[in-house]
Design a protein around this ligand. Structure first.
Ligand SMILES: *[C@@H]1O[C@H](CO)[C@@H](O)[C@H](O)[C@H]1NC(C)=O
Ligand SMILES: *[C@@H]1O[C@H](CO)[C@@H](O)[C@H](O)[C@H]1NC(C)=O
Ligand SMILES: *[C@@H]1O[C@H](CO)[C@@H](O)[C@H](O)[C@H]1NC(C)=O
Ligand SMILES: *[C@@H]1O[C@H](CO)[C@@H](O)[C@H](O)[C@H]1NC(C)=O
Ligand SMILES: *[C@@H]1O[C@H](CO)[C@@H](O)[C@H](O)[C@H]1NC(C)=O
Length: 330
């Protein structure tokens, strides 16, 4: 009697545990998922645009008024250079369409570490406003009417639109004073006692990009000959050139450029932050870049002449077709 009761009790407990586990594992997600698929407000949308978890929504930041028409925003993807394009694309598409621009906070948080006073607000400011996902398109070409919003895909690049206001985007990306000061100090140290130096920023992108170049464009990375030829061009054009080499693989640069007398390699021993490296490239007068969004932005912000490595259909080549004073070496 006693034993049977105990067995029944035991079975009941096991059953109860199973039911509870079933509810948690199989049913509970059903209650959660609708809020992910059926976006209700911009705060849910913002989270879905970010690749990482973002800060909590602080209600007191909410603006009074919700947008009357559509907005332009973007998904987050990639590192600093990509996120600068994503931000700049939102900024430019909004200018072109007249829609209000907003970026997800994850992008602003990254860019605010580098730049002084960005003008595009975050989605947090309209977090409380309702969103209707049926009114969204993902490109300017698909956009038909002012009530429609545009969510640009991650890795968006809109060089044609962004660079039609090149001076304005250069001012938008004004470096924080501390980074600017630091980069100026590094340039002065590199110039040593050379009077009236002409600084040429050289971006050498290697490491993981070598594999990417092969997968995306089926090309080998630039050899040292490309950088030598580009340096020769500047050495013939100016006296007192100082080359400032920024790279994710300084050892490769030391091997090929370390013995040249007017070359200064940053990050020889301790790596700089990407933010400082970008400030250094942007402080130079002219540029030599190979590929990638980081070097492209360094050269755009430097605002001088640029020699680039010509890979057809690469983003650098697209920028090179738009901006004057950009050329490749055959
Ligand atoms: C935009 O308009 C064009 C022609 O008016 C139409 O073919 C297209 O389907 C519309 N696109 C959207 C997303 O409404
Ligand atoms: C930048 O450097 C100048 C002098 O070179 C100095 O007056 C200023 O305080 C510095 N600013 C920062 C933010 O370090
Ligand atoms: C720079 O300093 C070095 C010694 O450190 C000297 O040999 C060289 O002539 C100087 N160059 C100029 C342009 O003053
Ligand atoms: C070249 O760059 C340096 C460092 O940023 C700057 O001080 C100088 O004014 C620039 N020269 C020209 C001609 O723009
Ligand atoms: C880049 O290469 C393409 C062919 O691959 C060529 O058509 C184009 O003119 C080149 N651009 C420059 C600036 O040399």
């Amino acid at each position: 009697m006693y034993n049977i009761n105990q067995n029944i009790l035991f079975t009941a407990i096991i059953l109860a545990l199973c039911v509870s586990a079933f509810v948690h594992v199989f049913l509970f997600p059903l209650y959660i998922s609708p809020s992910h698929t059926l976006t209700k407000s911009f705060v849910d949308l913002e989270q879905s645009l970010c690749t990482n978890n973002i800060l909590k929504y602080r209600k007191e930041w909410a603006r009074q008024q919700c947008p009357l028409y559509g907005i332009v925003t973007t998904m987050q993807g990639g590192r600093l250079g990509n996120q600068m394009w994503e931000y700049a694309s939102v900024w430019a598409v909004a200018r072109r369409t007249g829609l209000e621009p907003y970026v997800p906070r994850c992008i602003r948080v990254r860019l605010d570490q580098v730049f002084e006073s960005l003008s595009v607000p975050t989605l947090e400011e309209i977090a409380h406003c309702p969103v209707d996902m049926t009114f969204f398109v993902n490109s300017l070409d698909a956009w038909n009417f002012t009530r429609q919003s545009i969510i640009l895909p991650r890795y968006s690049l809109q060089p044609d639109i962004v660079l039609s206001w090149v001076q304005d985007i250069i001012s938008e990306f004004t470096f924080k004073k501390k980074l600017f000061n630091k980069s100026q100090q590094i340039l002065q140290r590199a110039a040593k006692n050379i009077s009236h130096p002409v600084f040429v920023g050289v971006h050498v992108r290697r490491t993981d990009y070598i594999g990417y170049l092969w997968r995306k464009h089926t090309v080998q990375p630039a050899s040292f000959k490309f950088y030598y030829a580009a340096m020769k061009y500047y050495n013939q054009k100016y006296k007192n050139v100082v080359f400032i080499v920024v790279s994710d693989e300084p050892a490769w640069c030391i091997k090929f450029f370390g013995k040249l007398k007017n070359v200064y390699i940053t990050s020889r021993s301790i790596p700089n932050s990407p933010s400082l490296d970008l400030a250094i490239l942007s402080s130079c007068n002219h540029s030599i870049i190979d590929y990638g969004t980081f070097g492209t932005w360094g050269a755009i912000l430097a605002g001088g002449e640029t020699i680039f490595y010509n890979i057809s259909q690469s983003s650098v080549a697209r920028v090179g077709q738009i901006l004057p004073h950009w050329k490749s070496i055959p």
